[in-house]
Design a protein around this ligand. Structure first.
Ligand code: AMP
Ligand code: MG
Length: 333
C-alpha cells in the first residue's frame, strides 16, 4: 500500500516537473511560426513569435488576401476599388480613410505622389508585358489621369475617368492591418514583409538589410538597426525593362508620364505607419533627395536615399543606426 502511494507520489512529481519544464521552455523558446504566400502582386512572408503565433500568421494571411481581393485589387472587378474606378459612389469607412490620407500626401508632395495615374501605368504594363508606349499615347493617358480629376465630397467619390491605383501604398496598408491584429494577440515579436515594405513588431531592436539596387532580392548593401517600425523601400529595380539601350522603371513622374529620372535608385522610409512609410518612399523617390528629406521630416519619418553613383544620404535620426556593408557605397557629404 505504502509502495503504491509512493509510486503515485513520484508520478505526480514527475508530471508536475514536466509541466514546469514545459512552461519554462515556452517562456524561453516561445513558439515561432512562418507563413509565405503571394498576394497584392508580390511575395508576402510573416514570421511571428509567441503563444498565438500560428493563429496570428493564419489571420494575417486571411486579412491580406481579403484586403487585396475585396478592397484594393484592380484585377478583381468586384473589389471596392474596381467599382469606384468604374462608376464611383460611396466609399467605405476604410477606403475613405486611405483616400484622405493619400490626398494629404498628394498635396504635401506637390502632386508627386499621384495615386490616380493608373491609366498611365497600364500603358507601360510593367507587371505583364512591359514596353515603351508611344509618346502620343502617354500624353493622352496623362490628360485623363491624376488626382486633380477626382471629385471627392465627404464619402462620395467620382474618378471622372481617372484610375486610382494603390500600387504605391497598398503594401503599407497591409502592414497597418497586420499590426492592428498582432496588438490584439499574444505575440512577442513579428516580422511581416509585403514586397519592399516590412513591419517590425515587438519590444526589441531589429536589424534589417537595405536591398542592393543592383543585386538579387536577397542581397543588401547596408543594414539598419531600429526599434519596432514600418520600413518601406521604393526601388527602380523592382519593375523595369530595357529598350533601345535605356532602362525604364515603374515609378512615374506625374508631370510627364515617364519614369522618374533624377539619379535615385532607391528610397527607404521608416515610420510608425505602414501607409506613410510606403507612400512616402514612393513620393520621396519622385521628388529627389532635398525635397524628399524635407517631406520625410514633415511627417516625422526617417529616410535613406541611394543614387546611381552609390552615394547614400540619410536623415539625421537614422544615420548612426546605418551600417554600410558593401564598401562600394558611401555616405554623401
Ligand atoms: P512603390 O513600389 O511603393 O514605390 O510603388 C510603385 C507603384 O506605384 C507603381 O508600380 C505604380 O503602380 C504606382 N506609381 C507609379 N508612379 C507613381 C507616383 N508618382 N505616385 C503614386 N503612385 C505611383
Ligand atoms: Mg510605396
Amino acid at each position: 500500500m505504502l509502495k503504491k502511494k509512493k509510486t503515485i507520489g513520484i508520478a505526480f512529481a514527475a508530471v508536475f516537473l514536466f509541466g514546469i519544464a514545459l512552461i519554462l521552455y515556452s517562456a524561453f523558446f516561445p513558439k515561432e511560426t512562418t507563413d509565405e504566400f503571394f498576394a497584392m502582386n508580390t511575395y508576402i512572408k510573416s514570421s511571428a513569435v509567441g503563444k498565438d503565433s500560428a493563429v496570428a500568421c493564419e489571420k494575417i494571411h486571411t486579412i491580406v488576401n481579403s484586403l487585396d481581393a475585396d478592397v484594393l485589387s484592380r484585377q478583381n472587378k468586384n473589389s471596392e476599388l474596381a467599382i469606384i474606378n468604374s462608376s464611383g459612389g460611396k466609399m467605405s469607412e476604410k477606403m475613405r480613410k486611405y483616400v484622405y490620407e493619400m490626398l494629404e500626401i498628394y498635396n504635401s508632395s506637390n502632386g508627386a505622389f499621384d495615386f490616380a495615374l493608373g491609366a498611365v501605368s497600364d500603358l507601360w504594363d510593367f507587371g505583364n508585358a512591359p514596353h515603351l508606349p508611344d509618346e502620343a499615347e502617354i500624353k493622352q493617358a496623362l490628360e485623363g489621369s491624376g488626382v486633380n480629376r477626382l471629385s471627392i465630397n465627404g464619402d462620395e467619390i467620382s474618378t471622372n475617368g481617372a484610375i486610382i491605383d494603390f500600387g504605391a501604398s497598398g503594401k503599407g496598408i497591409a502592414l497597418d492591418e497586420a499590426k492592428e491584429l498582432l496588438s490584439s494577440m499574444k505575440i512577442k515579436n513579428a516580422v511581416i514583409s509585403v514586397g519592399g515594405s516590412i513591419l517590425l513588431y515587438g519590444d526589441k531592436t531589429f536589424t534589417v538589410g537595405i536591398r542592393n539596387p543592383e543585386g538579387s532580392s536577397g542581397s543588401y548593401v547596408m543594414t539598419v538597426s531600429t526599434p519596432a517600425a514600418c520600413i518601406s523601400t521604393s526601388g527602380s529595380y523592382e519593375q523595369s525593362f530595357e529598350e533601345g539601350g535605356r532602362v525604364y522603371h515603374h515609378i512615374l513622374n506625374p508631370k510627364t508620364g515617364y519614369p522618374v529620372d533624377n539619379g535615385l535608385v532607391s528610397v527607404t522610409v521608416l515610420s510608425d505607419s505602414g501607409l506613410l512609410s510606403d507612400a512616402l518612399s514612393t513620393a520621396c523617390f519622385v521628388i529627389g533627395v532635398e525635397d524628399g528629406m524635407r517631406l520625410a521630416e514633415k511627417y516625422g519619418c526617417e529616410a535613406v536615399f541611394i543614387d546611381s553613383n552609390k552615394n547614400v544620404t540619410a536623415s539625421k535620426g537614422i544615420k548612426n543606426s546605418l551600417k554600410i556593408t558593401d564598401s562600394s557605397y558611401s555616405f554623401a557629404e
